[in-house]
Design a protein around this ligand. Sequence first.
Ligand SMILES: *[C@@H]1O[C@H](CO)[C@@H](O)[C@H](O)[C@H]1NC(C)=O
Ligand SMILES: *[C@@H]1O[C@H](CO)[C@@H](O)[C@H](O)[C@H]1NC(C)=O
Ligand SMILES: *[C@@H]1O[C@H](CO)[C@@H](O)[C@H](O)[C@H]1NC(C)=O
Ligand SMILES: *[C@@H]1O[C@H](CO)[C@@H](O)[C@H](O)[C@H]1NC(C)=O
Ligand SMILES: *[C@@H]1O[C@H](CO)[C@@H](O)[C@H](O)[C@H]1NC(C)=O
Ligand SMILES: *[C@@H]1O[C@H](CO)[C@@H](O)[C@H](O)[C@H]1NC(C)=O
Ligand SMILES: *[C@@H]1O[C@H](CO)[C@@H](O)[C@H](O)[C@H]1NC(C)=O
Ligand SMILES: *[C@@H]1O[C@H](CO)[C@@H](O)[C@H](O)[C@H]1NC(C)=O
Length: 437
Amino acid sequence: RRKSICFCVTLNCFFLYYLDFLLLCCCFFSLCSLSEVTCPLMSLCLFRHGDRSPVQAYPTDSYQESSWPQGFGQLSQEGMRQHFELGQYLRSRYRAFLNESYDRHEIMVRSTDYDRTLMSAEANLAGLYPPQGGQVFRPGLKWQPIPVHTVPLSEEKLLSFPMHDCPRYKQLMNETTHTEEINHLLVWFQDFLHFINNKTGLKNISVENVWVVYDTLFCESRHNMTPPAWVTPDTIKNLSLLKDFSFQAMFGVYKQQEKSRLQGGLLLGAIVKNLSRMAIPDPKQRLKVVMLSAHDTTLSALQTSMNIYNNKQPPYASCQMIELRRDDNGSSWVSMFYRNDSSKDPYPLQLPGCSQLDCPLEEFIRLTKASIPEDRDRECELTSSDSDKEIIIGLALSACVLLFLIILLLTIFCWKREPQSSHGYQHVVNVEAAAHS
Ligand SMILES: *[C@@H]1O[C@H](CO)[C@@H](O)[C@H](O)[C@H]1NC(C)=O
Ligand SMILES: *[C@@H]1O[C@H](CO)[C@@H](O)[C@H](O)[C@H]1NC(C)=O
Ligand SMILES: *[C@@H]1O[C@H](CO)[C@@H](O)[C@H](O)[C@H]1NC(C)=O
Ligand SMILES: *[C@@H]1O[C@H](CO)[C@@H](O)[C@H](O)[C@H]1NC(C)=O
Ligand SMILES: *[C@@H]1O[C@H](CO)[C@@H](O)[C@H](O)[C@H]1NC(C)=O
Ligand SMILES: *[C@@H]1O[C@H](CO)[C@@H](O)[C@H](O)[C@H]1NC(C)=O
Ligand SMILES: *[C@@H]1O[C@H](CO)[C@@H](O)[C@H](O)[C@H]1NC(C)=O
Ligand SMILES: *[C@@H]1O[C@H](CO)[C@@H](O)[C@H](O)[C@H]1NC(C)=O
């Protein structure tokens, strides 16, 4: 089926050059109604930022922050190119779906509040929406501003993983480090980790944080910086293996489903909610593409929560697409693609447990339900401080009531001893008035 579409697209190009406009229109319309492949109802694209400088250097590193033009953790020109290319790819993929001219109702872009993700989204949109006709605001400039939304990091509850506001998750990670699997790795790589600690001058490198060393060396090699003598292809191989494992362990390996409910399941929940909403026909609904600009850990958190993670750190500018389609009978389908290599077609991914590659929406919702938290705060055991507050308020209230009763009893006692005096009655009224204020 894909082949025939490609053929149709090629034909389209042919028509574009040699036949008249009417014919082009006809072919476009038939392309759209015949093939659900090119015409989803809605598409979500979650991507990692592009090539960047390392986020830190190790103490003995000869390339410290000043070696990088913009310092640590910043998008490079290569990263900009990668995202521009991804934007162009999305333009060609959604040619028959997303209007070529920018329409603010059709696309919603959100990024985490990091320079590199914000800039990646901007570079991507430059590739997706080169201005034409009336949208050109300065002749010769093939760029137009497109809004990218974000929230401060302290309020980011959708795209930044792992979220650290979760005691239960911390406990699960502690338990993960004591599992057979990690202990086995630790024993196997003990000498290697000592070697890395010694060479890098870091004191506490372990299986969980060794990716930091890999990342720095990887970034430096990408930018043609000479590695120190101890960095051999074998060292890189070991580091890469440990790095991939630490990515796996963050959201999986041990109690994966519970970890997902505390992490990636939050994003999955938001996505499933949107898919369900978009599946209901609504002429007022004009949103077509949701673009999320984030990190490797965001991709692995989401993919792990759906059990489609390939256990490899997501490369730069890799993009997870989730597309919703509706067939002639009015039923909706969810299909997923992972573009982790710009030289290849995106990999179609099947949701485990689903009967088909394109998963019926109801089945998709049913299968993902277990990974989506119903009440994350409670599941994170964040409510303990709240319940502490409740106990304190409760105690204070009981103390008040007790005090009131004692005063009441004392007053009655006094009044009984002096029944003829009206003074006691007055006193009770005063106490009651005080208790109500
Ligand atoms: C695309 O947008 C232009 C300008 O807003 C509009 O005239 C045109 O009809 C739109 N095309 C489609 C296919 O929606
Ligand atoms: C991890 O759990 C063990 C007991 O299982 C406990 O002794 C240790 O303090 C915990 N470590 C952290 C960092 O919470
Ligand atoms: C990689 O790790 C293995 C297993 O610990 C070890 O035998 C080997 O020497 C390591 N390679 C390097 C280059 O350190
Ligand atoms: C690494 O080990 C060597 C030999 O044991 C020692 O001389 C050197 O100071 C160590 N380097 C660091 C950074 O700890
Ligand atoms: C090593 O430990 C120190 C203090 O215990 C901590 O500040 C630092 O972040 C740790 N380094 C890594 C790479 O985890
Ligand atoms: C869900 O849809 C709303 C718009 O209807 C959009 O603002 C939001 O970013 C979407 N969220 C996700 C995770 O798709
Ligand atoms: C991309 O993802 C596919 C499917 O999970 C996997 O087979 C392939 O090895 C990945 N390639 C890269 C470069 O990560
Ligand atoms: C619509 O439903 C009918 C009967 O259930 C089925 O035979 C047909 O294949 C469906 N069409 C599509 C496009 O799914």
